[in-house]
Write a protein that binds this ligand. Structure first.
Ligand code: F6R
Length: 617
């Protein structure tokens, strides 16, 4: 959460920082600000609201200067006010700092700094950090070896700090320098021919350079002019590994779409093609993954799988649980990453862990992974962002290859996670009892997924009409069974996060154990009711809702015969293999929540209180 950008180069810093911040807005968007160091002073512009508000201010009073820092905020400590927006300046005016993360011991540090005469204009933990850098900068002499005094002050500061941070720091007395550091929050250094850019995400860098260094926890980078030096927390030099980013600027542009969410919903057929490309075996009866870093023998020896993730990614894990248990006959458990890390549950020795994370930076998922690794387990990651912390720290994994996902509500990342889960079930199944014939059929079914999703997307106009009729409701239920129960959970999550309608999901048969009390004509239910072995059971649940006056939207498969008049609305998706069904059934859920949110006038891509990459606990 929060996006940060730092720039040192030959070009004017402000437009580059603003452009970078706009691309990072999905990380937080309640206020924004920029500080540029020019002719011996800091020039600061901060506004409550979006980055565009700062850009507007800069249009009438542009900032000169070729080094600067900028921030887009998702509030943690202190309300959404101009004073709390970053960058913060130390009370002696000598240090400017931006921060993504949370300083847990800020109160004790603040108490100490007050005794030293430092004052505070905001309620933030970041201003405390900034004043502590100023304190060390003033207190300590310049390093005897001629090294950077700013770097030294930042290093000393961080020794006293508990919590997470990605920071960029400028010093008034060191006009050529910028120091950045990370612990628990992502930070990437872009290395251009004449400039260096630091940012929370490659999205903010790719318009300047494709060459990046992914900083690791505990590392600091000191930029001086157009050179940089990386050191670790023990002050030992680190040789930089420069990677090439494959994402292009166009990948994160909106194009002709009104919202990123809609763009990403419609990108799904291609995203699925990319996620499966090159991953089927030559004889077409199983899947292949390059980066698992386990021999088939080791994999076959695993007696249990465990999936940890958060939110939408957890729902993908839950569907995968069904598919692995059904097709590979190996027990699987799923847990909220945030719970797993503190639960200390007993674990079977031959368990293989998977974490699922689009961003690869979700702190709860990262912590769950580290906890499992600490206990001696191998952890594989299903992840979209190459070079993310989870990708780098996992013991192996599977990249989703769907390009940048900008919409805060996850869509294409989710369906590609479902696809990878389905491929994993196939791979593990074929290592066990699944026959060549069943494997071949399964592969053929998966290969149809992109076209089936294209077909499901054709329902968009009909779903938009339905959305108009249902946008006025304030409560909704989502009901599905087996591998579609997690899809019901996902439908409810999508609806509540972007339209602020209260939505809950249950396995359809659970209704009568309590939630049915909610049913009345003002509480519609969305049923996932494909033609399968429990079709009639789900129909019975629908009858129970109908009998109590609850409106029903049914999402069913082609060829299924719903009793006349049972559902108020029927959305038909193509009939398909059960490994593909969760993917196809997701499409109407996404479109329904999107069009309802638009009909309610909600800001679909930047829902209130949310941020895409949740890097705080
Ligand atoms: C909802 C959504 C979130 C994320 C969750 C985990 O639309 O996007 O629930 O799925 O915050 O994020 P990642 O996958 O980046 O770990």
């Amino acid at each position: 959460m929060c996006g940060i950008v730092g720039y040192v180069g030959k070009a004017k810093a402000a437009p580059i920082i603003i452009d970078g911040l706009k691309r990072l807005e999905y990380r937080g968007y309640d206020s924004a600000g920029i500080a540029v160091l020019h002719q011996g002073s800091f020039h600061v512009a901060k506004e409550v609201g979006r980055v565009a508000a700062v850009q507007h201010t800069l249009a009438s009073s542009p900032l000169e200067g070729t080094r600067g820092i900028g921030h887009t905020r998702w509030a943690t400590h202190g309300g959404v006010t101009r004073e709390n927006a970053h960058p913060h300046l130390s009370s002696d005016g000598k240090i400017a700092l931006i921060h993504n993360g949370v300083i847990e011991n800020y109160a004790a540090i603040k108490k100490f700094l007050l005794t030293k005469g430092y004052t505070f204009a905001s309620e933030t933990d970041t201003e405390v950090l900034c004043n502590l850098v100023a304190y060390h900068f003033e207190k300590e002499p310049a390093p005897a070896d001629g090294g950077s005094r700013l770097l030294d002050a930042v290093r000393k500061t961080l020794l006293h700090v508990q919590g997470t941070y990605g920071i960029c720091v400028l010093g008034l007395d060191c006009p050529d320098e910028l120091v950045a550091a990370r612990q628990g929050s992502p930070l990437i250094l872009g290395v251009g021919p004449d400039e260096l850019v630091v940012a929370s995400d490659v999205a903010a860098l790719v318009s300047r350079t494709q060459n990046v260094v992914y900083l690791k926890d505990g590392e600091l980078v000191a930029i001086s002019g157009n050179t940089f030096q990386i050191t670790n927390r023990d002050d030992v030099g680190v040789d930089p590994v420069i990677d090439q980013v494959t994402w292009k600027v166009e990948d994160s542009e909106l194009g002709d779409f009104e919202h990123y969410m809609l763009k990403e919903i419609f990108e799904q057929p291609v995203a699925l093609e990319n996620a499966m490309r090159g991953r089927f075996s030559a004889d077409e009866s199983t899947a292949n993954f390059g980066g698992l870093n386990l021999t088939p023998n080791e994999l076959r020896g695993m007696g249990r799988f465990m999936f940890c993730a958060c939110g939408t990614a957890l729902h993908a894990g839950m569907v995968t649980e069904h598919l692995i248990e059904r097709f590979a006959r190996v027990p699987v458990e799923c847990d909220h990453a945030s719970e797993f890390r503190y639960r200390n549950s007993p674990l079977f020795t031959n368990t293989l862990f998977f974490v699922v994370s689009q961003s690869g930076e979700t702190i709860d998922t990262l912590a769950a992974m580290r906890e499992a690794q600490r206990k001696g387990f191998k952890v594989l990651a299903i992840n979209n962002v190459v070079g993310s912390t989870i990708a780098r720290e996992a013991d192996g994994g599977i990249y989703q290859h769907v390009g940048p996902e900008i919409g805060v509500a996850s869509t294409k990342a989710f369906t590609s996670q479902l696809l990878i889960g389905a491929m994993l079930a196939l791979y593990l199944g074929r290592m066990r009892d699944m026959s060549v014939r069943d494997g071949t059929e399964y592969v053929a079914a998966l290969k149809q997924a992109p076209d089936l999703v294209r077909e499901a997307l054709e329902q968009a106009p009909q779903i938009e009409e339905i959305a108009q009729r249902y946008a006025r409701y304030e409560d909704m239920l989502f009901l599905g069974r087996l591998e579609l129960f997690p899809i019901a959970l996902e439908g409810a999550l999508k609806l509540k996060e972007i339209s602020y309608i209260h939505a809950e999901a249950y396995p359809a048969a659970e209704m009568k154990h309590g939630p049915i009390a909610l049913i009345n004509p003002e509480c519609p239910s969305v049923f996932l009711v494909p033609q399968n072995e429990i079709f009639n059971k789900v129909i019975s649940s629908m009858q129970e809702i109908k009998a109590r006056g609850g409106p029903i939207i049914a999402i069913t498969t082609a060829g299924a015969e719903l009793p006349e008049g049972l559902a108020d609305e029927v959305i038909t998706i193509p009939a398909c293999h059960e490994a593909v069904l969760p993917i196809v059934a997701t499409i109407p859920m996404q479109l329904l929540s999107y069009y309802i949110a638009v009909a309610r006038g909600c800001d679909v891509d930047k829902p209130r209180n949310l941020a895409k990459s949740v890097t705080v606990e």
